[in-house]
Design a protein. Structure first.
Length: 268
């Protein structure tokens, strides 16, 4: 596998965000932190050996050095150089692509000067036309073009429409299901999501991606209704916000584009 890491992107990121002691950038979907320096980028992973990839360029040549814990069972284990594998290359490429995308999206949002218009467009993809118009009228003239500021406005709109539930991911398989059943779109359709059986719960907790397995479990029950439960917010965290959106007429796909433009993270 050949890594596709642009020297131009690397130069922009390090020159703009690099600090002598490192500048931390969070991958909000994977909950992985990267460190940016003036001359290098250290890409983190959520591997059990805490593997990291150190990237730097000499002229147009990319150099990558992997470091990982010498012994994951030793509390005093040190990070030592390690060989790159095919899995490492795939992980590095994915994390790098996400980093570049997130930085460029945040810069574009910041350059917009005001997130109000994009947020108003998102309302049209989530709510009916009259509700979207009323919610847009309630927006302040200036919405700070930052994810947390945008999320504060969106969360209030969802809450006021009875379409927001917040709980820990670990609760999604029991009390979380009950909270989702209270969401307005499900109430309107008379939908009652089932709590997983012991066998289904075992499949969820042993899945490679627990959060995605949770979403797959609830959304399989909604396929015939053109509805999806969506986890969203400025980050995907242990304590998460959930809403129910329509997939009819491409509404969820359009909402996804607006959410990305507003640097909000979502999973369904």
């Amino acid at each position: 596998m050949t890594l596709n890491i642009s020297a131009a992107d690397f130069a922009h990121i390090t020159s703009t965000y690099g600090k002598i002691n490192g500048s931390s950038i969070l991958d909000a979907r994977e909950n992985v932190t990267h460190e940016i320096f003036p001359d290098k980028v250290v890409i983190g992973t959520n591997f059990t050996n805490y593997a990291t990839y150190q990237l730097y360029f000499t002229e147009d040549t990319l150099h990558v050095h992997k470091y990982a814990l010498e012994n994951i069972t030793d509390d005093n284990a040190k990070m030592i150089p390690d060989e790159m594998t095919e899995e490492d290359q795939e992980e590095l490429q994915s994390r790098w692509d996400t980093l570049v995308h997130d930085i460029k999206a945040a810069e574009k949002l910041q350059q917009s000067g005001n997130a109000r218009q994009t947020l108003a467009q998102l309302y049209l993809d989530i709510f009916d036309e009259d509700t979207a118009a009323a919610l847009t009228d309630e927006l302040p003239a200036f919405v700070k073009p930052q994810p947390h500021a945008v999320w504060e406005e969106l969360a209030v709109a969802l809450q006021n429409s009875g379409n927001l539930a917040e709980f820990e991911w670990s609760d999604l398989t029991d009390t979380g299901i009950y909270a989702l059943n209270e969401l307005e779109p499900l109430q309107q359709e008379g939908i009652v999501l089932d709590v997983p059986t012991e066998e289904e719960y075992e499949e969820i907790v042993t899945a490679e991606d627990f959060a995605q397995a949770c979403m797959d479990f609830v959304n399989r029950q909604l396929e015939e209704y053109e509805l999806r439960i969506v986890a969203l917010g400025p980050v995907l965290d242990e304590y998460q916000a959930f809403t129910c959106l329509s997939t009819a007429d491409g509404r969820l796909a359009r909402a996804g584009k607006k959410l990305r433009a507003l640097c909000l993270v979502y999973l369904y």
